[in-house]
Design a protein around this ligand. Sequence first.
Ligand code: SF4
Length: 368
Amino acid sequence: MNLYETFRDPKLAKRIVEKIQETAPKRDSVKICHVCGTHEWTISHYGIRSLLPENVDVIAGPGCPVCIVPAAEVDEAVDVALKGAVLTCFGDVVRVPGSSMSPLHARARGADVRVVYSVMDAVRMAEREPDREFVFFAIGFETTAPSTAAEIIKGPPRNLSFLVSHRLIPPAMELMLGIGDLQIDAFIAPGHVSTIIGLEPYEIFPRIYRMPTIVAGFEPIDVLLAIYMALRQIKDRVAALENEYGRAVRRDGNPKAKDLMKRAFNVVSGDWRGLGRIPDSKLALRDEYLRHDAHERHNVRIRSGRDIPPGCQCHLVIIGKIKPIECPLFMKACTPQKPIGSCMVSVEGTCRIWAMTRQHYGRVQPKP
Ligand code: SF4
């Protein structure tokens, strides 16, 4: 099938791809890194990698919040559930592996684990069952953290506490630049996170690291345009922050949402699965809200866990060092139905996305 036919505006897509072909620098390799599961879905689903010049690759960084939550924090959620509290979490989170089990496995052992669509569902459940203890396992980047913050500030029911595992995207981007052999040439920054945080947190990338950085939306045309904009900067040897997603992202983001996060949380160092500790990358409850902390209420604090199961290559997939199909377990022992690593669990996980869009692997060949 002609890939362009899958685009809403095939002529425009073709025109941008031609511009990409004209603009791509003539050197061995150009690496553009995005940090967003939705961008990966668009790129994989529309076969965008296969439309790019041979020397241009787009790699997927740590853009899936479920994939990067360390096993120790999943272990804590499992622990509170096995101790008898009702664990509430988003659907993607239920199957994320801890050191020995996922929340779903805990449910099979009799724990009460419930899927919610928002933190408000957890609040309503806790209100309906005042005699039971509820815990909300708060996972997500800057996109979901404001709604957790709003409920905490508002004053949740007495029987609801929180395991806060929210993470921040810009510190992870900064970490990617420190991985010497990755040699990233440009960033595509996530549009939805940017609607909250605005443009300012990305300014260090062009200013300090000389890294072209394009904030992009999620339509395939958005992603193609962002790739073109990045290549144009690379060719012109400039580094700037550009906003391709101007229809949704304002310079100052969403001040109300930022204020909520600031009032409810401190920014602290946090572990990321497969990446280790990243300074100033995690949100933690401020002192005045510690009474809502599930760690204290349920006496749970697990310092380390087993992040990467034997044979799993998630630590390399999460930083874009390998593509999922280079993992020997991909679609053999590890499938969306029976995931082994965290990258195969969530709809935003790179391995899961590649498993679901198998026709568009591009130029990378699966391991025999
Ligand atoms: Fe881990 Fe499975 Fe991905 Fe391999 S295919 S890296 S085992 S999630």
